[in-house]
Design a protein around this ligand. Structure first.
Ligand SMILES: Nc1ncnc2c1ncn2[C@@H]1O[C@H](COP(=O)(O)OP(=O)(O)O)[C@@H](O)[C@H]1O
Ligand SMILES: [Mg+2]
Length: 226
């Protein structure tokens, strides 16, 4: 369960260029749900995803992942929680271009206690699940957009996370490839992984059961499909 209560986040707090990016956001996401966070550019979607994923801090409120209060965790405990439970797919893939697909997927395994061989096996399995095993040794810069996104999802999946958080996962893809990637994300949710997608594209929200709409850092609408 993700529990967010009265969340506030500022950039450049107290400075002339202060931005109040999240203004008291509250919601819960139960295990197995699929939730789209939508809204215009600048509404605070990415900020919310980064805070939920523990890769960015916040100023006020509560953020809990499976009962762990993120603001009470020490850095190493937060890193461990993130590594264990959360797979993040960042905007524009955020892969290392000169590394192979395999090497990129192995990055989150860097701190694991397993042998190099076990790590390679896990990475290959994740790539296989994304239909990318044949391209495991190819450098990421030589892959297509859709292939890069599959590698990014494999990297997010490699530690068998409970949650996948994806920021504009189809933003850099053509329509057909976007459909494929959405199919991949949907199938992960059908396997029981809790899915949160941040997107400004209406069609993308259709693969999620719940839609949360942000405007200027505030939730202005919530809807649920049955
Ligand atoms: N690193 C940053 N420094 C200062 N302002 C930021 C930063 N990141 C985002 N913002 C501002 O916070 C607001 C929300 O941005 P963001 O979360 O990226 O929105 P979205 O993902 O919905 O487009 C915007 O006004 C944006 O300009
Ligand atoms: Mg964004």
């Amino acid at each position: 369960m993700i529990n967010i209560q009265s969340l506030h986040k500022f950039y450049n707090r107290g400075k002339p260029n202060q931005v109040h990016a999240l203004k008291g956001v509250s919601f819960r996401i139960a295990k197995g749900e699929s939730v789209a966070v939508t809204g215009r550019s600048g509404s605070g979607k990415s900020t919310l995803l980064h805070v939920m994923g523990g890769i960015d801090g916040f100023d006020e409120g509560v953020v809990e992942i499976d009962g762990y209060n993120l603001s009470e965790l020490k850095d190493h405990a937060l890193a461990a929680l993130r590594n264990e439970k959360i797979g993040i797919v960042l905007q524009d893939f955020a892969l290392i271009p000169d590394y192979s697909a395999m090497e990129n997927v192995m990055v989150p395994l860097y701190f694991s206690k397993h042998s190099a061989r076990h790590r390679r096996e896990k990475a290959l399995l994740a790539l296989e699940q994304m239909g990318m095993a044949d391209l495991a040794d190819k450098e990421v810069k030589d892959l297509s957009g859709g292939q890069k996104q599959r590698v990014a999802i494999a990297r997010a999946m490699v530690n068998d996370p409970s949650y996948i958080l994806a920021d504009e996962p189809t933003g850099a893809l053509d329509t057909q490839t976007a459909k494929e990637i959405l199919g991949v994300l949907k199938s992960l949710n059908e396997k029981g992984i809790t899915l949160v997608i941040v997107t400004h594209e209406k069609e993308v929200t259709h693969i999620c059961r719940r839609v949360i709409t942000l405007e200027d850092g505030v939730i202005i609408n919530e809807s649920e499909r049955r």
